[in-house]
Ligand binder design. Structure first.
Ligand SMILES: N[C@@H](CC(=O)c1ccccc1NC=O)C(=O)O
Ligand SMILES: [Zn+2]
Ligand SMILES: [Zn+2]
Length: 215
C-alpha cells in the first residue's frame, strides 16, 4: 500500500509576506556571497516571531507564562483533527458541538479566511473565548487556526488567548488549510529552540490518517 505523503501547511517565508502592522517584517538576505568568501553563501534572516506559521508561548501574553524553550515538544507532534468551520463568521461552542473529537488532543480549524501569505487580513472570523472550556473538556491541548490570531486583530485584552491558556490549550497560528479537507491527520509543527522567546516560527506538515493506520 502506498503511504500517504506529508503536506506542507506552512506559509512560505518570503520578503513580501504579510506581518502585523508596526511589527518586524520577515527578511532573508545573503550577507556573504560565495564569490566574496571564496567558499560559501551565507544568509541571514530578520523577523518577528509572530510572522507566518508560528506558535505562541504563554509568555507572549502573560509575563509569568512559559517561554518557547520551556514548552513540551510533544504538544506539536501527533494526531490532529482538521475541522471545517468555514460556514460561520463566529466560531462558538455551538459550532464545535457538531463535531466528534474522539480521542484527539489537537484540533485545527479551517475557517472561511482565504490563505494568502502576502496579505494581512482586515477582518477575521471570531473565536468565542467560551470554546476554551469546551475544548479542554474534550481533552484538547493544542488549537491551530488559519488566521494571524485567535483573537480579533485589534484586541488588546486577547480574551481567547487567555481563555485557551487558562485551560491548558496551546496556540498555533497562520496555518494554510485551504487545500486540506476535514478529517484526521498526523501533525508536525515544531518550534525552534529559541531561548526565552515569546513565539517561534514552525514548519507545519500534515499527513492524512488512513483506516489501516495504527496508533
Ligand atoms: N497576538 C498575535 C500577535 C499580536 O497581537 C501582535 C503582534 C505584533 C505586533 C502587535 C501585535 N498586537 C498588537 O496589538 C499573535 O499571537 O500572533
Ligand atoms: Zn502569535
Ligand atoms: Zn496569538
Amino acid at each position: 500500500m502506498m503511504t500517504n505523503e506529508w503536506i506542507d501547511v506552512s506559509q512560505p517565508l518570503t520578503n513580501d509576506m504579510a506581518h502585523w502592522p508596526e511589527d518586524t517584517p520577515f527578511s532573508y538576505s545573503l550577507t556573504i556571497a560565495k564569490q566574496d568568501s571564496g567558499s560559501v553563501n551565507i544568509g541571514q534572516i530578520t523577523t518577528s516571531v509572530h510572522t507566518g506559521t508560528h506558535i505562541d508561548a504563554p509568555f507572549h501574553f502573560d509575563n509569568d507564562g512559559k517561554r518557547i524553550d520551556e514548552l513540551d515538544v510533544n504538544l506539536y507532534v501527533g494526531e490532529a483533527i482538521v475541522l471545517d468551520v468555514g460556514n460561520v463568521q463566529e466560531i462558538t461552542v455551538e459550532t464545535l458541538g457538531n463535531f466528534s473529537f474522539d480521542g484527539v488532543t489537537r484540533v485545527l480549524l479551517k475557517t472561511s479566511l482565504p490563505n494568502d501569505h502576502t496579505r494581512f487580513p482586515e477582518q477575521i472570523p471570531n473565536l468565542d473565548p467560551r470554546i476554551a472550556d469546551f475544548l479542554a473538556e474534550k481533552g484538547i491541548k493544542l488549537i491551530g487556526v488559519d488566521m494571524p490570531s485567535v483573537d480579533a486583530l485589534d484586541s488588546k485584552e486577547l480574551p481567547t488567548h487567555h481563555a485557551l491558556y487558562t485551560n491548558g490549550i496551546h496556540i498555533l497560528e497562520n496555518l494554510m488549510l485551504d487545500n486540506v479537507e476535514q478529517g484526521n491527520y498526523e501533525l508536525i509543527a515544531l518550534p525552534l529552540a529559541i531561548k526565552g522567546a515569546d513565539g517561534s516560527p514552525v514548519r507545519a506538515v500534515l499527513r492524512k490518517k488512513t483506516e489501516t493506520d495504527h496508533n
